[in-house]
Design a protein around this ligand. Structure first.
Ligand SMILES: [Zn+2]
Length: 77
């Protein structure tokens, strides 16, 4: 019987086109390094994402890699 690798995989999609976040990063304190991302959790089989199960709007820091909720940082256009 073949072994099937499966599980959950998270992918961050860039949402910079939606606007910019001007508040400071909670991780490194740098202003302007946060960008909006959409975090999508997929069910994967052999690390190939197949079925999206969760969507979440997050922010990600390009300097330190901090990822967090978008709530505190308002998106400014
Ligand atoms: Zn940071």
């Amino acid at each position: 019987m073949p072994i099937i690798f499966y599980g959950l995989k998270q992918i961050h999609f860039d949402r910079s086109a939606d606007g910019h976040i001007h508040s400071a990063c909670p991780g490194c304190g740098q202003t302007g390094s946060l960008k909006p991302v959409k975090k999508v959790t997929f069910i994967h089989i052999f690390w190939i994402p197949l079925i999206p199960v969760w969507f979440k709007n997050n922010v990600k820091c390009s300097q330190c890699g901090y990822t967090g909720k978008e709530k505190q940082q308002a998106l400014q256009r």
